[in-house]
Design a protein around this ligand. Structure first.
Ligand SMILES: Cc1cc2nc3c(=O)[nH]c(=O)nc-3n(C[C@H](O)[C@H](O)[C@H](O)COP(=O)(O)OP(=O)(O)OC[C@H]3O[C@@H](n4cnc5c(N)ncnc54)[C@H](O)[C@@H]3O)c2cc1C
Length: 482
């Protein structure tokens, strides 16, 4: 017989995991079932650090076992394949079934390929731990093979890395690879200047219509000044992707052009999660947005099914569209927890309070840009420090947070990860004059002082407000009779 649960959360990403943790943090005692097919949480904004080796796998993708060890939350590693909204029942891939009193839908989105021929089969996606590991292995192999081949055409295609989509993921990826790959290639004895990083975009500008649009100039500057400058091909449509090339067409011309590359990384577009798609027959069309996402009320409940909450990348708030961001999903998780508790007490749920506290981008290794409250912009190493500390503080559970921060500080202090300057600087830069050395030492001094100042400012600006912070649950107090 199927089990019954008061609260089931489907998807343990930013929305789902933080809904569960906030429920426990607020001492809600109902039993919570959290379902996700993966063994590990994926901290997507820091997936680049897994690719580069700047952070460990356990920091970027901690196991749910570790994350939930201090919390009384039942985790089921499985995938939900079917939901009957009227019967309040769901079915798992393993065949088990559950009925629920309240359901939280938090399954996120999946990679979309805009119907581009061969993209799903031949391009690398960058959304999961497995994606990051596969791309890392492939890039390493390409560089190794390039360093061994005498065939020039073959070497050029091995050393060309194409990134499709100049939204934040494409820009961050291009900037990161443009620093990372040269440092790897010189280890194989290769000439790093042969590497091409090509960022291809349909629109004529990068970061168009994105919350990071205001950071466009800083991003363009960063792309131009990486160890290998990033080439931009803008205003073109990618028509097809194959193992050794991609084809694109400029908007103004019928001519199809070919870029020989053995690595296409696809970051353009997302698609609706199949589980959400499967609900289309149960949700009236007018209750879906133009992308097919279910509309939810400001309290994050499905319009015709108030026992179901949905948020993050898998839902759209009616008349209050929110960008698909981890910081939005995290805050919506806190609101859902609050509303579940309100409903249990017979109170009314309240509209979710979501505020964008700023945006942070990785623009190469040890380089970034931080936009604090749309008012202050910080670039370079200080911005990278702010980004790392802000994100590491967000990572679930204070125990993990502390460990990650100290691990990361250790890396920073001892410079153990691949430095992009190694090898190339000696190839490309002439020796410094005495005046240049003086300037450089002043810049270095500033570079030490400013991060400290900005870190303090950013800590108080961007950090999660104390009211939203997760603390470990209090120890159980057993009352003994005198
Ligand atoms: C490379 C990259 C970089 C990013 N950088 C930033 C950034 O710098 N700042 C920012 O704010 N945002 C960033 N984002 C966006 C951010 O990560 C997402 O907006 C956020 O993860 C959405 O949270 P979510 O809970 O909706 O979905 P997710 O975090 O994607 O979680 C969905 C969960 O549902 C699970 N799931 C899926 N299907 C099922 C099923 N059928 N049954 C059960 N479970 C299921 C998945 O395994 C997953 O764990 C980035 C995204 C990417 C890909």
């Amino acid at each position: 017989m199927d089990a019954s649960h008061p609260a089931i959360i489907v998807g343990a990403g930013f929305t789902g995991l933080f809904t569960a943790l906030h429920l426990r943090h607020q001492h809600d005692l109902r039993s919570i079932l959290l379902i996700d097919p993966q063994e590990r949480f994926v901290f997507k904004p820091m997936l680049y650090e897994l690719l580069t080796g700047e952070l460990s796998e356990d920091t970027v993708c901690p196991t749910y076992q570790v994350l939930l060890q201090s919390y009384d939350i039942q985790f089921v590693q499985d995938s939900v394949t079917k939901i009957d909204l009227s019967q309040q029942h769901l079915t798992l891939a393993s065949g088990s079934g559950y009925t629920y009193e309240h359901l939280v839908l938090a399954v996120g989105s999946i990679q979309g390929y805009l119907g581009t021929e061969g993209a799903r089969e031949h391009a690398f996606a960058f959304r999961t731990r497995e994606n990051a590991i596969a791309l890392k292995r492939h890039a390493w192999e390409c560089l190794q093979r390039a360093s061994q081949t005498k065939d020039e055409a073959q070497r050029r295609s091995l050393l060309t890395f194409a990134i499709v989509g100049a939204g934040p993921t494409g820009v961050e990826m291009a900037a990161t690879l443009a620093d990372l790959l040269p440092s790897w290639y010189v280890k194989f004895g290769g000439n790093a200047r042969e590497i091409r990083i090509v960022l291809i975009n349909h629109g004529k500008t990068i970061l168009a219509e994105d919350v990071n649009e205001g950071l466009k100039e800083q991003a363009l500057h960063a792309l131009r000044t990486r160890v290998v400058p990033v080439e931009l091909i803008l205003g073109v449509g990618v028509k097809a992707v194959d193992v050794d090339h991609l084809e694109y067409q400029p908007a103004s011309s019928p001519e199809i052009k070919k870029l020989l590359t053995q690595t296409t990384i696809w970051t353009a577009g997302t698609a609706v999660n199949p589980l959400i798609q499967s609900l289309a027959s149960q949700i009236t069309e007018s209750r879906l947005d133009k992308h097919g996402l279910p509309l939810v009320t400001p309290t994050l409940q499905l319009l015709d099914f108030p026992t179901v909450f949905a948020a993050g990348d898998c839902a759209d708030v009616q008349s209050q569209h929110q960008p698909a961001l981890a910081q939005v999903a995290y805050q919506q998780g806190a609101s859902i927890a609050h509303n579940l508790i309100a409903l249990a007490k017979g109170a009314s749920p309240r509209p979710a309070q979501v505020s964008l506290r700023g945006t942070l981008m990785k623009l190469g290794m040890g380089n970034g840009v931080a936009n604090l409250f749309g008012k202050v912009q910080i670039t370079g190493k200080p911005a990278d420090l702010i980004r790392s500390v802000t994100y590491l503080e967000l990572l679930p559970t204070p125990l993990h947070d502390f460990k990650s921060t100290t691990d990361w500080l250790k890396e920073e202090t001892f410079h153990r990860y691949h430095r992009p300057r190694v090898g190339l600087e000696t190839i490309t830069k002439p020796p410094l004059s005495a005046a240049e050395k003086r300037v450089r030492s002043r810049v270095k001094a500033l570079a030490i002082v400013t991060p400290v100042v900005f870190l303090i400012a950013a800590y108080f600006g961007l950090r999660t407000p104390p009211s939203e912070q997760l603390k470990p649950p209090p120890p159980l107090v057993t009352q003994t009779k005198p």
